[in-house]
Design a protein around this ligand. Structure first.
Ligand code: AMP
Ligand code: ZN
Length: 116
């Protein structure tokens, strides 16, 4: 728990969110400014700033995030139709909130421009 972190506060229920899924390792909730009909953020319960902080010791934090992504896609009926997952990393990657999070977008034909 990082006292200044928005997503730590969301995990702790100090700030409200629309929960979509949770388990021992991760918490997933609706993005407040959705870019697709279904747009959620999957965050590890352990605070880590960004993908840039992943190393040999903490790489295992990523497994439950991707497992949650496929479980949620199945739960919401997007597994076969398809979905997109995105990590924005640091300033030029467009990261605004510095608690690692995986965006999961679905529910329409998503545009092909990765850099847009
Ligand atoms: P990023 O640019 O990858 O750091 O994405 C941060 C995301 O968090 C953005 O898509 C925001 O819309 C979303 N966001 C910011 N504050 C909240 C909040 N209180 N509840 C849900 N999503 C939020
Ligand atoms: Zn945090």
């Amino acid at each position: 728990m990082n006292a200044d972190c928005l997503f730590c506060k969301i995990i702790d229920q100090k700030i409200p969110s629309e929960k979509v899924y949770e388990d021992k390792e991760v918490y997933a909730f609706k993005d407040i400014h959705p870019k697709a009909p279904f747009h959620i953020l999957i965050v590890p319960r352990t605070h880590i700033d960004s993908l840039a902080k992943i190393d040999e010791k903490n790489i295992t934090l990523l497994n439950p995030i991707f497992l949650a992504a496929t479980k949620i896609a199945k739960q919401e009926g997007f597994l076969e139709k398809g979905f997109r997952t995105v990590f924005n990393c640091n300033r030029e990657g467009g990261q605004l909130v510095y608690h690692l999070h995986l965006h999961l977008l679905a529910g329409k034909q998503l545009g092909g421009a990765m850099g847009a």
